[in-house]
Design a protein around this ligand. Sequence first.
Ligand code: EPU
Length: 420
Amino acid sequence: MAKFIIQGRKPLKGEIEVSGSKNAALKIFPVALLTKETIRVFNVPEIEDVFRAQEILVGLGHEVKKVNKGVFDIKFKNQKGFELPADLVNKFRASVMFVGPMLVAFGKVIFPHPGGCVIGAGIRPIDLFLDAFQRMGAKVKIKDNYYELTAKKLKGANIFFSKISVTASESLITTACLAQGETTLKNCAMEPEIVSLVEYLNGCGAKITGAGTPTIKIKGIKRLRGGEYKIIPDRIEAGTFAILAAASNSGEVLIKNCNPNHLEALWTLFDKIGVNYILTKNSIKILPSKKILSCDAATHEYPGFTTDLQSPYTVLMTQAHGSSLIHETIYDRRLLFTDILTQMGANIIMADPHRVVVNGPTKLYGRKLVSPDLRAGAALIIASLLAYGKTEIDNIYQIDRGYAKLDERLRELGADIKRI
Ligand code: EPU
């Protein structure tokens, strides 16, 4: 199994490019089931989760052709079965995005519970999806750990999500496009990836209003055309690089091809803790700062401070002067990785699964670690780059799931990171 070997404390400076958004890319492949026309997708990040999504699509009878670097054509050839393969579905949570479009396209879908990062107690539930599909007329059977959903024709419905969920919002938007009549979704997530998906769908003939607000209305249409989709820059990757540069505080770092408007909550925190930065329309420059101060942070649905940047920010707080309370409000296992930071020398007290107090600044020391999940994995890379001595990070599939060739890109900044 591949590992990262990192020799910490090298000065970081230079330029780094942001890839297309993982969480936007993973939603476009299932949409291909809703049209017989070609979809050309640009700025596709070459990451493991995207490869798995493409494998699912090919298994269902689509052709996925690489046209150029980061450019793929997706086209329906002929349908092969109703089942989503367990070995692929187990690997990433966003595989659940295939369920609605399969129900629309084939009238039936069989699938096991989706996998992905273990960041919530037990398995991450899919009740919001199942309830909503039922409201639209689907029949749901659960047997031998498999779900079987059937529907001759889905009907528009009034759906209130009892929790704000990005994937459930996206899944129901996509599914309702070809349903009979109008669907109203209330208490939706407002992430930029949702707005981008809706802009694409409307460009292909869908009739969706309200994306980026909590209430979204979808008027069912008969047919969705193909089209071109340019994946937006990955705001989590951009934020991760910005936090890395701020924590290293060793030189000027220019983060290119991003949209700083998607990270306003992070800039507010940076203002409070004294990070020196300059934003343009599509870049972020992190300049050396005099002193990084501590500041509490609580995760929140967009446009609040995203849970996906909580782990890198927690590492940054180990280098800040003072104490900070980190409150993870979305997931109850996303702070467990702080135990590894403590083993590296951080002074972190866990109050409960949702809250830790970080006392800084502390020196971190390299050691042998295992990446517990995708975002914690990225945070541990930041910690290793700040640490004295050598760190070995195992289970890096979890990092490759969401960051394309991260080692190569970090080396461009001067990091000493090897993949063995
Ligand atoms: N939830 C339910 N029932 C459901 C679905 C969700 O109770 O049926 C709960 C979850 O347990 C959680 C909350 O709702 O407490 C939010 O979960 P959400 O559904 O929003 O998460 P998601 O859509 O599965 C997406 C991103 C996550 C990101 C969250 C932020 C994708 C593929 N994933 O997840 O990204 O953390 O939104 O809310 O878009 C990552 O990229 O590393 C990642 C985990």
